[in-house]
Design a protein around this ligand. Structure first.
Ligand code: CUA
Length: 341
C-alpha cells in the first residue's frame, strides 16, 4: 500500500484562502502578516528595505529605458565613434556617496531593530521553553512545568495589556538547525554546545507554521514547525493533560507488551513506564499531536500504522528504522499508541 503524503497534507489551498480572508494566522507561512512584536518590527524593516530597493530599481531601470529609446540606432546616424568622456568629479561623487548613505540608513535601522528585539525586557511570568533541534525533529521542554513533548509548541496568546511572551532557549543535539516561524519572529540558529534565545508574544490564537531554515541533512525539508497559540484557559488545560503520566489502558495490554519487548523503548520515552529513551520524540501524549514525523504526515490511525510499519516510506532517511513487525504485532502496537492521549 502506498500512502500519498502530499494528498494528506499538501492541498490546503481553499482553507488557506479562507483563513487569509479572515485575517488570522495562515496555513501557509507569510512574512507580510506578522502577529507578534518581533514579527511586526521585522515587517517594518522589510517594508523600508523594499521601498528603498524599489526606488533604486525605478531610477536605474528608468534611466536604462530612457537611454535605450533616446539613443537607439537610427537609419541616418553617422557611423562615427560618439564623444568619449573621461572622469567627472560630480558623477563619481554621486555614485559613491549616495550608495554609502543608503547602506548606512539600512544598517542603522536594522541594527536598531535587532537590538530592540534582543534587549526587550519580559514580565517575570513569561513562559520558558527549551527547544532542542534533532535530525529531523524538535524536542520541546517546558522546564517550569515539568514535561517534555515534541514538534508542536503550545503557547498562550499574549494580551497587549498584560503580555505573556514565550521565551525560547534554543539548543541542538547534533548539527546546526534554525527555528523560523515567519509570522512570530526572525530566524535563530540552534547550534551544538551553545544556547541561543528568541521570544515572541503571539497576539492571535491559531496554528502558526514554520520550518527549519538551516540545511541540516536529508530530511531538512520535513523538519516542520507548528506553534499552537491557545487562549490561556485552553493552554492551562493542555498543560494539565501533558503533565499527567501516560494512560495505562487495560484494553491495550497486548500492544504494550510488544512495545516494551522491542527496541522502541531505547529511543522513546513514555512517562510513567520504563521507556526512557531520549533519541526519539517523547510519546507520552502522542495522540494529542496533530502530525507525525515533525509535520511529515497527519496523525491519523491509518498514517500512524503506516509510520510504525515503515517510517522510511513516509520520511526517507529518518532515524527510525523499519522494525520488521508482523502484521499482528503492528496492529497491537498501533492500538497501544492510540491510547496515549
Ligand atoms: Cu533542521 Cu534543517
Amino acid at each position: 500500500m502506498s500512502i500519498g503524503i502530499w494528498e494528506q497534507t499538501g492541498n490546503n489551498a481553499p482553507h488557506a484562502l479562507a483563513v487569509l480572508l479572515a485575517g488570522g494566522p495562515e496555513q501557509v507561512t507569510n512574512i507580510f502578516k506578522p502577529h507578534s512584536t518581533p514579527g511586526e518590527s521585522i515587517y517594518q524593516v522589510s517594508l523600508l528595505t523594499l521601498a528603498i530597493c524599489g526606488a533604486i530599481f525605478l531610477v536605474v531601470a528608468g534611466l536604462l529605458i530612457y537611454t535605450i529609446i533616446r539613443f537607439r540606432n537610427r537609419p541616418n546616424d553617422e557611423r562615427v565613434e560618439p564623444p568619449q568622456v573621461y572622469g567627472s568629479n560630480q558623477i563619481e561623487l554621486a555614485w559613491t556617496v549616495l550608495p554609502i548613505l543608503v547602506v548606512f540608513v539600512l544598517i542603522l535601522v536594522t541594527a536598531r531593530t535587532i537590538s530592540d528585539v534582543q534587549n526587550a525586557t519580559h514580565p517575570p511570568d513569561s513562559l520558558n521553553v527549551t527547544v532542542v533541534g534533532h535530525q529531523w525533529w524538535w524536542e520541546i521542554k517546558y522546564p517550569g512545568l515539568g514535561f517534555v513533548t515534541a514538534n508542536e509548541l503550545h503557547v498562550p496568546v499574549s494580551d497587549s495589556a498584560k503580555p505573556r511572551p514565550a521565551l525560547l532557549k534554543l539548543q541542538s543535539a547534533d548539527v546546526a538547525h534554525s527555528y523560523w516561524v515567519p509570522q512570530l519572529g526572525g530566524k535563530v540558529d540552534l547550534i551544538p554546545n551553545r544556547d541561543n534565545h528568541m521570544w515572541f508574544d503571539p497576539r492571535q490564537t491559531g496554528v502558526y507554521l514554520g520550518n527549519c531554515a538551516e540545511y541540516c541533512g536529508t530530511q531538512h525539508a520535513r523538519m516542520l514547525i507548528r506553534v499552537i497559540v491557545d487562549q490561556q484557559d485552553d493552554f492551562d488545560r493542555w498543560v494539565a493533560e501533558q503533565q499527567k503520566p501516560a494512560v495505562d489502558d487495560a484494553q491495550a495490554t497486548a500492544g504494550r507488551k510488544v512495545f516494551f519487548s522491542t527496541a522502541c523503548v531505547n529511543c522513546h520515552t513514555i512517562r510513567g513506564t520504563s521507556a526512557r529513551g531520549a533519541f526519539g520524540p517523547d510519546l507520552t501524549h502522542l495522540m494529542s499531536r496533530e502530525t507525525l514525523g515533525s509535520g511529515a504526515v497527519k496523525n491519523t490511525p491509518e498514517l500512524l500504522r503506516a509510520w510504525v510499519n515503515d517510517p522510511q516510506k513516509l520520511k526517507l532517511g529518518c532515524r527510525m528504522p523499519d522494525m520488521q513487525l508482523s502484521p499482528q504485532e503492528l496492529d497491537q502496537i498501533v492500538d497501544y499508541l492510540l491510547t496515549l492521549k
